[in-house]
Design a protein around this ligand. Sequence first.
Ligand code: FAD
Length: 432
Amino acid sequence: MAEKAFKYVILGGGVAAGYAAREFANQGVNPGELAILSKEAVAPYERPALSKAYLFPEGTARLPGFHVCVGSGGERLLPEWYTEKGISLILNTEVVKADLASKTLTSAAGETFKYQILIIATGSTTIRLSDFGVQGADAKNIFYLREIDDADKLVEVIKAKKNGKALVVGGGYIGLELSAALRINNIDVSMVYPEPWCMPRLFTADLAGFYEGYYANKGIKIIKGTVATGFGTNENGEVTDVKLKDGRVMEADIVVVGVGGRPLTKLFKGQVEEEKGGIKTDGFFKTSVPDVYAVGDVATFPMKLYNEMRRVEHVDHARKSAEQAVKAIFTSEQGNSIEEYDYLPYFYSRAFDLSWQFYGDNVGDSVFFGDGNPTSPTHKFGSYWIKDWEGRWCIFGEWYSRRKQGNCQSCKGSASSPQFGSASHRGRHLCL
Ligand code: FAD
């Protein structure tokens, strides 16, 4: 089989690949120099749409509507765009072997692709219940959501099981978004998760309390503190019920599982340094192997702000890390350098008519403010976290320092006054 050779190859055709391609074009890549290898059948798109408007009965999102880079307000890169730029978009092509020493990738069909510079953008795969040996986890109508094919299967089953019953396994943002989408489609939805509240890695009890109340008002039943341990099926092998660890049995025509993801690093095991489950990079997304970069979900990179190596599985970082890597490649080719990646974490999610945005890190003491009553028509609220408050903390946008003896904006009390920082003061004001 013929071998193809490119100066640059992006392995993966998701969010990071699309934003990297745009940056390659901005940097003036020559026609024929760049190829994207993707196992998906479509050009890079904004993946978050799959658990949101893609599943709505009205105002449905469909390609080509949400190809990158519309999610960040940029130009929509249609398949023709890649052709015009001379970028080879090689779809339906799963790479099954990567030999970083010989700079060769091999596809499932046996084609080989040579590169001078490789960007790994393989993203994540979903963790499956069968990975934990859950009995009956391979029954029909148990779904996972990562790629557009998965979303199409969900759309089909929503139509086929009109007014049916769904059980959503997992209380993270995917579980919350999918529960809302199913409910909007008039499906009777229950959610089950082992934690004491939804989105436990990000939400405080207050934030989660609002969501759980709001979901209950929408008719979604929430079962906490237990897990799915098995599935019953009918004669066609379709799921009929879900057995929970606490002994309950829930009827279900549809099961959707959102229990997390795992970065797709398998192809590179033993060839490249890894850390915290991802491919270790520097602040330019260079890996331990010369001419190999890793971006998006797979990269474990130095998060300067927190002085720590981290992996981030969110779309904003996928976009920005891709752009950073391409800029780094071009500037180093010109003998120049750019600033290291300095990322402020940003995540968001949308479900029903709700949306949240999160910036930074959720460590330290949390402070909840606003109207978090799920039945209130004016619900609007937030939370911030205060770490190392002995040193500096933020009150109403201004920095105060205990050492600097600043005054509290609320009570005008001085930082040196006895009540400052006391329990009673904490209760009444935001100055902790
Ligand atoms: P991906 O976008 O997953 O792209 C990886 C690509 O690599 C895919 O095209 C895949 O097919 C391809 N690939 C993998 N292995 C191979 C191989 N061996 N050969 C060829 N191709 C391969 N983040 C948010 O911040 N907010 C949200 O609301 C949000 N919603 C989401 C909803 C869903 C349903 C999902 C799945 C994710 C969501 N995310 C959200 C996360 C966000 O989409 C990801 O962080 C982002 O897509 C990561 O980009 P990536 O390019 O690293 O990986």
